[in-house]
Design a protein around this ligand. Structure first.
Ligand SMILES: Nc1ncnc2c1ncn2[C@@H]1O[C@H](COP(=O)(O)OP(=O)(O)OP(=O)(O)O)[C@@H](O)[C@H]1O
Ligand SMILES: [Mg+2]
Length: 318
């Protein structure tokens, strides 16, 4: 079946010349090559959940990563900061950030990278906040860990400015509050503020808006776009929401079962998807405007044949 080849050979249909990202790609800030991630499953067995992915993120570029639940979006992104437990995780391939392979970095260098040059917004805001400390104490601590030698006033100004950039209306007040005193949308802003407090070169946002209502979602996306435009920050935006991706990203990588099956500029992906899985994913998304259909096609409706081909391919590789 020809689809087997489609799945094993990712399509790269990016039309960089049209959207001006060619320069950004010339010297990418981040370059992921042949990344594999396997977890220990039992005494001797390992299960590979990321099966050799390649992508780049240029300076000032927003890359979207989409794909169904469990396809490896979070696992692959956590690997950029080597956040998995290394006793039960095996990595393969390379991840170069500003030219340096993170798999060659010492623990000290990794600590500097996390929350320094790379900011991470987790799927669940509470996973990066301590419920027992005020937001102010947590922000100050994050600055001190990476910017030794800054005075008290400078630290305070940096915290207030990060909260303001993340869309906080009363940052002075927010500094004195505990996480439980915030709404979901406000907490997500705190977490964004924390992720950008040290002016990272790369911000990784893992489903930053999923739990939020549409109005707050739109405000947060505006914040992200502003950060890119004002600070030239590169962003990886992981999302299930095709509307969010269409409005925010320059390029999009589509993941399916641990592989990237298509990479294209956002404009191209939405107007002319090439890979059967991308087509299925888009046809399972409610239209961005107009009435919602009674029943959306599921990916499984369109993919039964490709699923079978994929299993055959995996069987051959095993
Ligand atoms: N620490 C772990 N040990 C073993 N398996 C894991 C671990 N973390 C994730 N997995 C598995 O790896 C696969 C990919 O998970 P991942 O969290 O990357 O999915 P995702 O694409 O982010 O999904 P979602 O959209 O639901 O967040 C899943 O099958 C998951 O069960
Ligand atoms: Mg995830």
């Amino acid at each position: 079946m020809s689809q087997v080849n489609d799945l094993s050979a990712p399509l790269d249909t990016q039309d960089d010349t049209q959207d001006g990202t060619q320069d950004a790609q010339a010297q990418p800030l981040l370059s992921v090559d042949g990344l594999t991630v396997s977890f220990k499953a039992g005494r001797k067995d390992w299960i590979t959940v990321v099966k050799g992915i390649d992508y780049t993120v240029g300076r000032g570029e927003v890359l979207g990563i989409v794909g169904e639940s469990g396809c490896g979006k979070s696992v692959s992104s956590f690997s950029i900061l080597r956040l998995h437990n290394e006793r039960t995780t095996k990595y393969g391939g390379s991840i170069r950030f500003a030219g340096r392979n993170v798999f060659d970095m010492s623990n000290r260098e990794l600590l500097d990278l996390r929350g320094g040059d790379i900011g991470f917004i987790f799927q669940n805001p509470m996973s990066s906040l301590n419920p027992l400390m005020t937001v102010g104490s947590q922000l100050r601590e994050t600055v001190r860990a990476h910017r030794r030698g800054l005075g008290k006033d400078e630290i305070e100004q940096r915290c207030l400015s990060a909260l303001r950039k993340a869309g906080a209306d009363t940052p002075e007040e927010w500094m004195g509050k505990y996480p439980y005193q915030f709404s979901g949308g406000q907490l997500q802003r705190v977490v964004i503020g924390m992720a950008l407090i040290n002016e990272p070169k790369l911000l990784i946002a893992d489903e930053p808006t999923t739990a939020l209502d549409v109005t707050i979602q739109m405000q947060l996306l505006k914040v992200l776009r502003h950060l890119r435009d004002e600070l030239g920050m590169s962003i990886i935006l992981i999302s299930h929401d095709m509307g969010v991706v269409a409005q925010t990203c320059d390029r999009v990588a589509v993941m399916y079962r641990g592989r990237i099956v298509e990479t294209a500029s956002a404009a191209r992906l939405f107007s002319d998807p090439q890979h059967p899985y991308t087509k299925a994913l888009l046809s399972a998304t409610p239209p961005l405007d107009g009435p919602e259909p009674k029943r959306l096609k599921t990916v499984a409706d369109s993919m039964a044949e490709i699923e079978a081909a994929y299993r055959e391919q995996e069987h051959k590789e095993a």
